[in-house]
Design a protein around this ligand. Structure first.
Ligand SMILES: [Ca+2]
Ligand SMILES: [Ca+2]
Ligand SMILES: [Ca+2]
Length: 344
């Protein structure tokens, strides 16, 4: 009996992407009040609580928004609820500015109320401290004369929020205290009569909960190119797609190796394929073994315990399944087998 072992990957769909809400302030007329433009308005719909588009500092393009004096600018969101979301925005504090200015998120907002607050971060420009007021609080040193990112990770399902400033952890606490809503209603940029502070590049997006994406990210820090991090990509040129590297024990998308491929052995009556997979990859992927007497017609065998498949958990180590597929030789003079992984 001749055998040929192939590792195949078929029918892979591109990663689904979530719609993101973005704002770079570059599409507005320079010097115009953001009140009434896009989803921006002054607190309680008061034009004088708006803020002006400025070009003194910009993180992207040439414009940002200047939050100063009477500015109490809100951006209204809808549909930012459920699951995990990440909000990020960049802030520039000139070293010449003084006063206390605030960055806030509300879970409930209506003009003239009711309101309900989830995140309140104070920028005390006199002491140079960034102070988170909710929960047990948190304080970090302020960075001035540079663009610094706030990153707010909201888990509506768990009712928790994590706050980061300049990529440093600032605070974590409940998103709402039981009197509010499990959604993001507005961002509020509140000058509190302080000197100018600039904001740019607001981004609100549903966080991916895809385990493959979470797995491959750390191998390629900062890289988003699907030709590198995509499921079907093979950046280490070992013939194993990233998705296959994800599933098989010791798969590494940066290390060229075929040692993790299934092995084949022949018994008196059957062809036996053995491989080891990460048990955690069962969720979110479809794993199928295919065999046939030619390379055209395949018989699918789902990788679940059955007459042809034996799965032994935690073998050879914790978290790894040993999978043995036994295909009877029957009348075949040739048998081909391949392991297929797809992702919905
Ligand atoms: Ca900009
Ligand atoms: Ca590879
Ligand atoms: Ca590899």
């Amino acid at each position: 009996m001749k055998t040929l072992l192939q590792l195949g990957l078929a029918g892979v769909l591109p990663l689904t992407s979530h719609a993101a809400i973005t704002e770079d302030f570059d599409s507005y007329v320079l010097g115009s009040n953001l009140h009434g433009q896009g989803s921006w308005k002054g607190w309680d719909n008061i034009p004088g609580a708006g803020a002006l588009v400025a070009d003194a500092h910009a993180s992207s393009g040439t414009q940002a928004v200047n939050i100063t004096r009477a500015s109490d600018l809100v951006r209204v969101f809808s549909g930012v609820a459920g699951g995990k979301w990440t909000l990020s925005i960049k802030q520039y504090i000139p070293s010449t500015s003084t006063g206390d200015t605030y960055f806030l998120l509300l879970n409930q907002y209506n003009d003239l109320g009711p309101y309900n607050w989830s995140v309140q971060i104070q920028n005390n420009m006199g002491t140079g401290k960034v102070i988170s007021d909710m929960g047990d609080g948190g304080t970090l040193d302020m960075v001035k004369d540079a663009w610094v990112e706030y990153r707010i990770e909201i888990d509506f399902a768990d009712n928790t929020v994590k706050e980061y400033y300049n990529n440093q952890f600032l605070n974590t606490h409940a998103w709402q205290d039981g009197t509010g809503l499990n959604e993001l209603a507005v961002i509020d940029l509140y000058a509190n009569n302080a000197d100018p502070v600039y904001y740019d590049d607001l981004n609100v997006a549903a966080a991916t909960s895809d385990p493959f994406t979470a797995w491959i990210g750390p191998f390629f820090p900062g890289i988003t190119d699907p030709m590198v991090i995509g499921e079907a990509a093979d950046p280490d040129h070992d013939g194993l797609s990233n998705l296959m590297e994800y599933v098989l024990q010791d798969g590494d998308p940066t290390l060229s190796s075929t040692a993790i491929l299934p092995t084949a052995s022949i018994t008196a009556t059957a062809l036996r394929f053995t491989f080891h997979r990460r048990a955690s990859t069962i969720t979110g992927t479809t794993q199928t073994f295919q065999y046939g007497s030619n390379l055209r017609d395949w018989t699918d065998v789902p990788i679940t315990n059955g007459s042809l498949v034996t799965i032994t958990a935690d073998t050879p180590i914790l978290g790894i399944d040993e999978v043995v597929v036994t295909v009877p030789q029957a009348a075949n003079t040739k048998l081909f087998g391949r392991f297929k992984v797809t992702k919905p």
